[in-house]
Design a protein around this ligand. Structure first.
Ligand SMILES: [Zn+2]
Length: 384
């Protein structure tokens, strides 16, 4: 027997009484069937409702062949009567976003002739896929117009036209429809076949905000938020801007310029810092003396460029220079030799579980061995 639905006749029904017709376990949850329900089952891009049946949680709602199943975290007694309660903030948010999506899709269809070919109400935002490309400026116009539709507080009309009447109506639909078709009309903005739940007047949407778009399958995918979630998003962004503004001691409207100046200053400091490190290593190289023409130096916290330039600096006054940096038996190294550095490096790698390579003048790599053993290795080399 098909479940009696309440959500179409009374989309604002949050509480209702129903009889448990069946309750079957499914994995770690239960599938509860009632004689009647106000829980909207997943469909038309809108996720299934959540809420409670007495004290049992409803995690999701799905429909199959006209029977609606409430996925619960605990079982309910068959034959008993329960009170259903819809998670209303969640459902209202979905009604706001579903109705907002109609307005946006309707405006785009009328202005540009593109179709909404994919609609998803996600946990982060709503996405809407178009079969054509719009620019940022065009989307901005769409957003302004969509919010104008909200301010006008238009009544959202739901009708079930017969076959003859339906032929005369120009409506948006993702597929060929048969049987009783539910038409959702927002006067002057959109006519669409839809099975979802909507607010009764557009003013209840509160706000429609297009938060981004990207190119997708030859068209674009728009991300949007409405009402409750648009406000949450505004709150989060405002908090973020306020925090950045305080950190930079800049007015909220001027933080982008302040960050740009900060980045320029950072780049300059990095360059100055690199130059100073280079000078320091040059001075240090001047004070060091090779042993039998060989340098084996261990330095703390030398990376990439510094390791390389220090090694080459030392090479100027030796026949072989090797600089190591690291700790606990794991070292990065740079090595430069009068002989082919690649051959010397290869022998070093073979001796100490190393890897790396480079050019005849310089090789870089890493080894895994105690400092003392590496030093002894170069001591032996210097005595050859
Ligand atoms: Zn809809």
């Amino acid at each position: 027997m098909k479940t009696e639905t309440i959500y179409y006749e009374e989309p604002y029904c949050r509480r209702f009484r129903g009889k448990v017709l069946s309750c079957r376990p499914k994995g770690k949850t239960w599938q509860v069937e009632l004689d009647r329900t106000a829980f909207y089952p997943e469909g038309g891009g809108q996720p299934g409702d959540q809420g409670v049946l007495d004290t049992v949680n409803v995690l999701d709602t799905k429909e199959k062949d006209g029977i609606i199943f409430h996925e619960t975290d605990r079982p309910l007694k068959e034959g008993s009567y329960v009170t259903g309660g819809i998670n209303w903030p969640l459902r209202l948010s979905r009604m706001q976003e579903h109705t907002g999506e109609h307005i946006v899709s309707g405006i785009i269809h009328r202005l540009f002739g593109f179709n909404n070919v994919g609609f998803h109400m996600g946990s982060e935002c709503v996405t809407l896929d178009l079969d054509g490309v719009l620019t940022q400026d065009q989307l901005h116009v769409v957003e302004l117009m969509a919010n104008d539709a909200v301010y006008q507080n238009k009544k959202v009309e739901i009708t079930y036209p017969n076959e003859e009447e339906l032929k005369k109506i120009d409506y948006r639909s993702k597929k060929e429809l048969t049987g009783a078709v539910r038409i959702v009309t927002i006067p002057d903005y959109d006519v669409c076949a839809c099975c979802g739940t909507h607010v009764s007047h557009t003013g209840e949407i509160g706000a429609i905000k297009l938060i981004g778009f990207l190119h997708y399958k030859g068209g674009i995918r728009i991300s949007m938020l409405c009402g409750i979630r648009a406000m949450q998003d505004y709150e989060e962004k405002q908090n973020g801007v306020a925090a950045v503004s305080a950190l930079l001691s800049a007015k909220p409207g001027e933080i982008a310029g302040a960050v740009e100046r900060l980045k320029e200053s950072e780049t300059q400091l990095r360059q100055e810092n690199a130059e100073l490190r280079h000078q320091l290593l040059e001075r240090k190289a001047e004070t060091l003396v090779p042993e039998n023409g060989v340098f084996c130096i261990f330095e703390k916290n030398l990376k990439g460029d510094d390791l390389r330039s220090f090694c080459l600096e030392l090479k100027k006054k030796s026949r072989l220079s090797a600089v190591f940096s690291g700790e606990n038996g794991r070292y990065q190294y740079a090595l430069s030799s009068d002989d082919d550095s690649r051959v010397v490096g290869k022998a070093l790698n073979a001796a100490f579980h190393g890897r790396g390579g480079g050019k005849p003048e310089l090789v870089q790599g890493s080894v895994q061995e105690e400092e003392e053993k590496v030093r002894a290795y170069f001591q032996a080399l210097s005595e050859k």
